[in-house]
Design a protein around this ligand. Sequence first.
Ligand SMILES: [Zn+2]
Length: 385
Amino acid sequence: MVGVQTSRPAGGLRLFGIEIRVRVSWLIIALLIAWSLAAGSFPEIYRGLPASSYWTMAILSVLGLAISIILHELAHSLVAHAFGLSIDRITLFLFGGAAELREEPKTARAELSMAVAGPALSLVLSLLLALAAGALDSRGGSAEIVGALGYLATLNLALAVFNMAPAFPMDGGRVLRALIWMGTGDLDRATRIAARLGEGFAVLLILTGLGMALLGAIAGGLWWVLMGLFLRMAARSSVFEAKARRVLKGYAASEVMEAGLKALPGDMTVDDFVDRGLYAGQHGIYPVTINGSAVGVVEAANILATPKGRWGETTLAEICAPMGQAVATERDEDANALLDRMMRDKRNRLLVLDHGKPVGVVTLHALLERLELADPFQRAGIGKP
Ligand SMILES: [Zn+2]
């Protein structure tokens, strides 16, 4: 899978310059898989072995699964690199792995090659593992290793097949999108069709999960329901991102900002700020100035982080966040890059600067409203070329 993730990691290492992150949710699911293999599947398939053998096989299998997923995502990432796309990291999480693309592919060929690479690698890996298991078995190799290799061969095959479901943003959905894109030259339409199928597939997963849960497989069923909900959300946000890319294309921060900014003096006290009800005005963000030059930004969070007993003696200059990338943007920044950044950093508003001087505010709310209002016009061919 290739997608975007934002929450905190549990740990990480680096391969080919790509950070590998493992989230706590993956560790939990890995433990559950190891347990269900050692206590359930393996004793059923390979009868008459001691319990320690089942656990050895289960642990080898889960380690192998982690490596298989990382190799699958690495295949996506290295092909993406070959097409000049940057992948920041590979993340193992609740639903497997994801290679995090910084931007969408520029051409249908790049998207197609990148999407196919993962499942193709899993398929080859599955074949190699099956051959290795067969060869080892015929030479009387250890039952534990043969069992783990056989299991991993099956898993990799499943990984290849499942990911090729034509459900965007899964690999097969990306392949489908690339093919429609190639055929019609219309990325937006290709995204909508592929994502619609993604949503349909997600509903199928949810229903399957519910069915499994009703039949007694509660944990497994719940996982499929969650997977379906995750995929549905991912498909919807892809449609949204495609719309944003189209509507905001060519706009700069200064064209989507609200001007008429009011700066506050650095020596104003927090008490004064609150008494005047300023927290409810100016989109909740103010540049703070000392002797006419902006030194920082004050927002509700800065006020609320100050102990109430000290509001009388604390000035805005003391609590404001320093002016910089985190709270402000330059007036010529691309509106799409701005939206990406706000979504990624979970920021609702940014100050717009003109050579260091605050000139306006961009709010997420206004950007989203603009998307909704301009979209029908854009589709009718009216709007910025
Ligand atoms: Zn994949």
